[in-house]
Ligand binder design. Sequence first.
Ligand SMILES: [Zn+2]
Ligand SMILES: [Zn+2]
Length: 216
Amino acid sequence: MQTTLMIYDGTAPADSDVPRTGGVPLAPAGFTWPMCGSCCGRPLQFFAHLHVEYGVLSVFVCQNDPGACEFWDAASGANRVYLFPREGLRPVVVPEMGVTLLPATSAIRTHVVTLDPEEDDHDELAPDPYDLARSGWKREPEERFGKQREVLGSLGGSPSYLEDDRLPSCPSCTGATEFAAHLEEGISTQTAMNLGGQLGYVFVCRACRTGAFLTD
Ligand SMILES: [Zn+2]
Ligand SMILES: [Zn+2]
């Protein structure tokens, strides 16, 4: 049972093509910054630039009015996920209005955790691979306070403790989506993505080159 954790790896240039949270989005020519379809019509905030084997996932979430805007709901219009090709991406012009950028750009490195299912044979509930891997990161290689915040999420695998009725459909073809990533708020409360203290879920429809985002 393998889980690919995403681990905080220091800061990065805002427009670099490295996996990261924050900074400026990279997109194909002609891309326009997405606007909120829920609260206000103002620009969404750019959350993450994630490398996956089939391209780059770009995640935007509305933060203009977090109390009122249902940014946690995949169908609210308050968040957006794009699947871009790896080549030909360029920095997107940042809108002058709205809450668009995170205060810091955080590079991501991946760390594959292999867990032996036998260790948990006595558990009545099936162990959740992401939960186990994330908890394990806190203990290894050395324990220190706050280390768990270094885990920025994971890539691939299955969604952690998500009810089946919350699995989002593709906003384009309305078919089933594929789970792509977990997102955690981040290393520091000053610079973190606002997920309302919850775990973020990124889904993708490879055929439509789009996706969906929600929090638990
Ligand atoms: Zn909004
Ligand atoms: Zn689709």
